[in-house]
Design a protein. Structure first.
Length: 966
């Protein structure tokens, strides 16, 4: 699943809405550590090594069930402990962990026969479930997951026996379970569980819900769609809603005959409903064995474009009616991507078709339902004339991410949510590999460092971070780990591992893993075993410190020249956002260290594995004037602190561009992070930034822009905010003049991204020539004289709004209302917060909750206000507090609530605000955002400390820059 965060623009969560300078968001995308013991897998994951048939769960689940039944009967304390903790041993848990016990194993499903009949007028649905189940222990109860569903009748028919009606349904609403009671014990063996039930097509964007759309004629209608990950299949039908309890599915839908009906598999029968000739009954082929969270169905009005991959899979992209043309780019990407993954994994895609469909109301960016991948419209649709370059890039990444899941997550599924990162971290890494294959001109791996790698480092430096692997149980806890640790740190660690192993052995290990565990479940250790066997390297030993231990190290480096040799003294300690960890209990990591020199910056000269607190490394035959760089390619997941002499030696490589772009970026980002942690002066970072005056690379500028945005947000708490704006203008003006406003012959994708970034940055900072030109072009655009190119709309909209009045805002809202494309609406929504006048800020906030903004996009509007200015930040926080009941009810336990909180408060830099935020959420519970609240409070205190420590020095430096030479 792609999370609903603005990753394309690498949102700087310290309070600045950096995304305002971009055209779209790659987002939506979209924890944890110590102690792992080999041998636990036989206890916890017996079913992962059992014999199996690819389309039945009997053999897979049965062998493990027998062992667990023995545990339950013989050592119930052990059994309870095992399942209460969800999986393997792990010391980290969620904040204020809620009691949770997984489903009992005395009855489990083999096949779900499911028929659903949604009512698109009254927003209800009727359902019939006939599930073939296995009874392992005689019992008079069946416990299943069930939420927001009313069971009408239930019965059990033992194989060859008579039907037994259930005598009661006991709902445990807090745990989202139901217990079906029977008058006598259900005996060991097979049988059919029959349940008739009803539910609501809710408006919460989870479970089985309704999505509002307008027809080409403007009529408002609704589609019925699903979003089940992580724990919401139970809102569509009673089920065993845990990833390890796999079964096959036979799905039928009763739908209006003029609607499209889709599910995971292909349609095998379509016939009129016997009682209503306005309805059709659509039956789908039996699915492979799969987890409930991957089930999907959609009923609505759609057009489609179709293609076929070179390996014979039928691919369709479904679009809103009349917009089939906008599905062609995603189709092109998908048709290229499937064969790429087929070849990379050396495992064929197992289904006959795959559909990609754009959903109007969708909380995540996309969801990898097997054979039916659902997307936000902006994550799938590209208008050749009106979509900007960053939107195309984002669509390519999201398609690559979700199709990777068809193997890594769907074919092989994590055993429990503790191992979510196996799904999301891997997909978040390989999406870049796929896009690099399809679009090599995107320089996508450099962008990975800015969008994922540094973002993960920032979050993981907090005391309130968590390991990649973290014990979770209750659904509210599961939702909270869909964060940058599972996704971006997971991807960064996989990237480091891939570099450590090498591509050949990595692919060999991945092939072995997918073959061994296909149609089954696995845990992190299972992947390590396969990669270890393929590479001959101690993968489990190396990776344990990265997945089961929170945080990462800072590598401290000094050097000494001895004749023709260079002696490097290298040490590691835990890096914290508040400064290095110096306690006796400081953890160690197994750190793959690579080293390059000025002789050949693109070539790794030496590799070592740092497995102790410190070591000494000798580089032979190196002249005294050559610089030495640690972590070439910025692949290792750590920060670096060089001695003053080493750092001074690297600076010319920034000015003359001999350092690779990714290394220029990494060096700058490390120093910026060290300044926030109080390890160096922020003034030193500003001096370093001035060395980038000749920088040509888009991603390097993007990271500079983001960090300056963070600093600008921090200094908005002072009376010299204008001085940092002047610094930004001075830094960005040369590259702005070089780029100009018009696309030049020979320019490509990255030039378009860079132009939009730079013009937006200059416009927001008040660069007068940029402001004047933006106003002129905006006027021509509104009057229809000269329509703005898609790549210029965001920077122009941002600039005129930042320095605009009520008439400007009204014009922008009119453009929003007239826009037919969701990308254009989102583009406008993300910049509305730039408006400066307090009364207009309030108007934007009110607009955020209006019917004109889709529910999932409200967060972007509020976040844009919070990130725009000091006044906007205060107004947004007050608005969230005043409207908390409505906002919380809208997003409930989903990850959008965490994003809303983070965007609303992370930019404060006053100690008392941390106390205010903490107090508010103590009295206004947000169970799925507890860790987010803790992280926000920590960030506020860190910002406050940073401001107190460096504000005066920054001010003096900025004043000195302005002073005329004597």
């Amino acid at each position: 699943m792609y999370r609903s965060e603005d990753q394309q623009s690498k949102i700087c969560l310290q309070g600045v809405a950096q995304h305002l300078t971009f055209c779209a968001t790659w987002s939506f995308q979209r924890l944890h550590r110590p102690c792992s013991i080999y041998g636990e897998s036989q206890l916890m994951l017996g079913f992962t090594t059992a014999s199996h048939h690819p389309y039945t769960s009997d053999h897979i689940f049965g062998s493990s069930i027998n062992g667990l039944l023995w545990m339950q009967a013989t050592i119930p304390v052990v059994y309870s402990t095992v399942f209460a903790s969800a999986t393997r041993q792990n010391t980290d848990t969620m904040p204020e962990r809620r009691p949770f016990v997984r489903l009992p194993t005395d009855v489990y499903p083999v096949n779900y026969g499911l028929c659903l009949k949604p009512d698109l007028i009254d927003f209800t649905f009727e359902g019939k479930l006939e599930a073939i189940v296995k009874v392992n222990l005689a019992t008079n109860q069946i416990v299943m997951n069930c939420a927001d569903i009313d069971i009408i009748t239930a019965s059990f028919v033992p194989e060859g026996g008579e039907e037994i009606n259930a005598t009661g349904f006991n709902y445990q609403n807090e745990d989202e379970k139901v217990t079906l009671s029977f008058p006598s014990a259900l005996q060991k063996g097979s049988g059919t569980l029959k349940i008739d039930f009803v539910g609501e097509l809710n408006d919460k964007m989870k479970g089985f819900y309704r999505s509002k759309y307008a027809t080409p004629a403007g009529e408002i209608r609704y589609a019925a769609v699903t979003q089940f990950e992580a724990t919401d299949a139970r809102r569509a039908f009673p089920c065993w809603d845990e990833p390890a309890i796999k079964a096959t599915f036979d799905i039928s839908l009763i739908v209006p005959k003029d609607r499209v009906a889709l599910s995971n598999m292909n349609v095998i029968d379509r016939k009129p409903h016997p009682e209503d000739d306005s309805l059709l009954e659509v039956k789908f082929a039996t699915t492979p064995i799969m987890s409930t969270y991957l089930v999907a169905f959609v009923i609505g009005e759609y057009d489609f474009v179709e293609g076929q991959s070179s390996d014979g899979v039928t691919v369709r992209v479904y679009t809103p009616t009349g917009k089939a043309e906008q599905g062609k780019f995603a189709l092109e990407v998908a048709v290229k991507t499937l064969p790429f993954y087929n070849d990379y994994f050396n495992v064929p895609y197992p289904l006959p078709k795959i559909d990609l469909i754009a959903i109007a109301d969708f909380a995540a960016g996309a969801m990898e339902n097997w054979g039916l991948v659902t997307y936000r419209e902006t994550a799938l649709l590209i208008d050749p004339k009106n979509s900007c370059s960053s939107s195309r890039q984002w669509v390519a990444l999201v398609v690559g991410h979700e199709l990777a899941h068809q193997w890594f997550g769907n074919l092989v599924t994590m055993e429990w949510w503790t191992h979510l990162w196996l799904n999301e971290g891997f997909a978040s890494w390989i999406e870049y590999l796929c896009v690099d294959h399809c679009f090599p001109d995107y320089d996508i791996w450099t962008q990975f460092v800015s969008a994922d790698y540094t973002r993960a480092l920032d979050l993981d430096a907090l005391d309130n971070s968590h390991p990649i692997e973290v014990n979770v149980g209750h659904p509210s806890e599961v939702d909270e780990i869909f964060d940058a640790i599972s996704y971006s740190k997971g991807a960064s660690v996989i990237r480091m591992l891939h570099n450590y192993i090498g591509d050949k052995d990595f692919r060999k290990g991945m092939h072995s893993y997918l073959l061994k565990f296909q149609h089954r479940n696995a845990a992190t250790e299972d992947l390590w075993d396969c990669l270890e066997q393929a590479s001959g390297k101690p993968i489990a030993l190396v990776m344990r410190s990265w997945t089961k231990q929170m945080g990462f190290p800072i590598i401290v480096v000094d050097q000494e020249q001895q004749g023709d040799d260079r002696i490097l003294k290298i040490s590691q300690k835990k890096f914290c956002a508040s400064g290095p960890h110096n306690g006796e209990d400081c953890p160690n990591w197994m750190v793959p260290i690579s080293i390059c020199t000025g002789e050949d910056p693109g070539c790794t000269k030496l590799k070592v594995l740092l497995d102790s607190p410190e070591t000494t490394i000798t580089i032979n035959n190196i002249s005294p004037d050559q610089w030495v760089k640690i972590n070439p390619g910025t692949v290792g997941f750590y920060r670096i602190q060089y001695s003053s002499a080493m750092l001074e030696g690297l600076l010319p490589g920034i000015r003359d561009l001999t350092l690779l772009p990714v290394d220029r970026l990494g060096l700058q980002n490390d120093l910026f992070s060290l300044s926030r942690a109080g390890m160096i002066s922020t003034v030193e970072v500003l001096k370093l930034m001035e060395a980038f005056v000749n920088e040509p690379n888009y991603t390097v500028w993007s990271d500079l822009s983001c960090n300056l945005g963070v600093l600008s947000s921090l200094l908005s708490h002072t009376d010299f905010h204008e001085e940092i704006q002047e610094f930004i203008r001075d830094l960005f003006t040369p590259i702005g003049l070089k780029l100009g406003w018009e696309c030049k012959q020979g320019e490509g994708h990255l030039d378009a991204l860079l132009r939009g970034l730079v013009l937006g940055k200059l416009g927001k900072a008040g660069h007068k020539p940029t402001l004047e030109e933006a106003r002129r072009r905006f006027k021509d655009h509104v009057e229809g004289k000269q329509i703005l190119s898609a790549d210029l709309r965001s920077p122009v909209y941002l600039t005129v709004l930042k320095h605009g009045d009520s008439a400007t805002l009204d014009t922008m809202l009119k453009l929003h209302k007239q826009a037919d494309m969701q990308e254009e609406k989102n583009r406008i929504e993300r910049v509305l917060g730039a408006i400066s006048a307090p009364d207009l800020i309030q108007k934007v906030l009110t607009f955020a909750l209006s019917e004109d903004v889709r529910p999932q996009d409200t967060v972007s509007v509020i976040g844009g206000v919070a990130g725009s200015s000091k006044h906007g930040r205060k107004a947004a926080w007050k608005f969230v507090k005043d409207n908390w009941e409505e906002l919380h009810n809208r997003y409930q336990g989903g990850f959008l609530i965490s994003r809303l909180i983070k965007l609303s408060v992370d930019g404060f830099a006053i100690d008392k605000m941390a106390a205010e935020v903490k107090s508010f959420f103590e009295s206004h519970q947000a169970p799925a955002a507890e860790r987010t609240v803790q992280q926000c409070c920590e960030n506020i205190l860190l910002n406050a400390a940073w401001l107190k420590r460096d504000a005066d020095d920054i001010h003096q430096y900025l004043l000195k820059r302005k002073a005329p030479p004597v």
